[in-house]
Design a protein around this ligand. Structure first.
Ligand code: PBG
Length: 327
């Protein structure tokens, strides 16, 4: 049946018809807002490259979490700024470090908001790499027990989800065993399974003060040209016990999100990273595009590609818009 009997425009005629035939939904509950937590009190240090985002002391992060919970946002993921950095990234696995402190406060203030804890050493090491070094190489196997210690400390402090982002081989299995041994068998792991060595992390490294002091992360993060390899990463992480897998960044890797969803049919998260956020804000500030519409279209595309959950700095500003009637 073709034209003139078939007219696809019929179902596009009004807002009500468009709402009825819309294939992809986007709601605040699908979104997870990243927060950068630092020591001190009443600290709110804006991140220049990420309008509206700031390094927050625990009291300020608590206020932020309360507002996000009220807006219906699905959760927050915490990144920590330690008091001091050292070669082993000690504060990452200190039970009294910045992340356990923040988790305890947020769990009390917003018991129903899901608290995700990112597990990685790069914010805590003085060299800025995601594990401990052997010469100028990151030592995979000596890093694993430290990641496991961090995961256990965060779960004990109230983390609802443990999210390793370091890209070491075997870390999901080691973390799963450590959590189980510590009586945290019910705590889910969200593995950053396909995390690419991306230019789009630039603003995050300003916010988290985590840029590597030498070299780059191409020796452990994935090559942007690969997607078969992403499927292998996901398969291994699922075998090791991951409950949800992640693709990161999101926009340049929508095809990877789709392949992962189609192949495995497991819960998939996508990280709409700092650079993706910054470029929309930068263009909107110049009057070059409508920032709110661009953000909505971006987030919808990530859901359409197959992501169940989106980690995004837009959560805070977009959640209120999602409640409103959409055209
Ligand atoms: C590494 C980590 C990174 C991000 C979150 N955790 C990337 C990196 O520096 O390699 C990036 C998130 C973003 O850009 O929004 N632990």
């Amino acid at each position: 049946m073709t034209y003139p009997k078939t007219r696809l425009r019929r179902l596009r005629a009004t807002p009500a018809l468009r709402a009825l035939s819309r294939e992809t939904s986007l709601s605040a509950a699908d979104l997870v807002q990243p927060l950068f937590v630092c020591h001190g009190e009443n600290v709110r240090r804006p991140v220049a490259s990420m309008p509206g985002q700031a390094q927050l002391s625990v009291d300020e992060a608590t206020r932020e979490a309360e507002a996000l919970a009220k807006a219906g946002v699905g959760g927050v993921i915490l990144f920590g700024l330690p008091a001091t950095k050292d070669p082993e990234g000690r504060e990452a696995y200190d039970e009294n470090g910045i992340i356990p402190k923040a988790l305890r406060a947020l769990k009390r203030a917003t018991p129903d908001l899901l608290l995700w804890a990112d597990v990685c050493l790069c914010e805590y090491t003085d060299h800025g790499h995601c594990g401990i070094l052997n010469g100028d190489r990151v030592d995979n196997d000596r890093t694993l027990p430290l990641l496991a210690r961090a995961a256990v400390a965060y779960a004990a402090a109230g983390a609802d989800m443990i999210a390793p982002s370091d890209m070491m081989d075997g870390r999901v299995g080691v973390i799963r065993r450590a959590l189980d041994d510590a009586g945290q068998a019910e705590t889910p792991i969200v593995a950053y399974s396909a995390k690419y060595a991306s230019a789009f992390y630039g603003p995050f490294r300003e916010a988290a003060e985590s840029a590597p002091k030498f070299g780059n992360r191409r020796g452990y993060q994935m090559d942007p040209a690969n997607s078969d390899e992403a499927l292998r990463e996901v398969a291994l992480d699922l075998e090791e016990g991951a409950d949800m897998v992640m693709v990161k960044p999101a926009l340049p890797y929508l095809d990877v999100i789709r392949r992962v969803k189609d192949r495995f049919g497991v819960p998939v998260a996508a990280y709409n990273v700092s650079g993706e956020f910054a470029m929309i804000h930068a263009a909107a500030r110049n009057g070059w595009l409508d920032g709110e519409r661009a953000a909505l279209e971006t987030l919808t595309s990530i859901r359409r590609a197959g992501a169940d959950v989106i980690l995004t700095y837009f959560a805070k500003e977009i959640a209120p818009v999602l409640g409103r009637e959409r055209e």
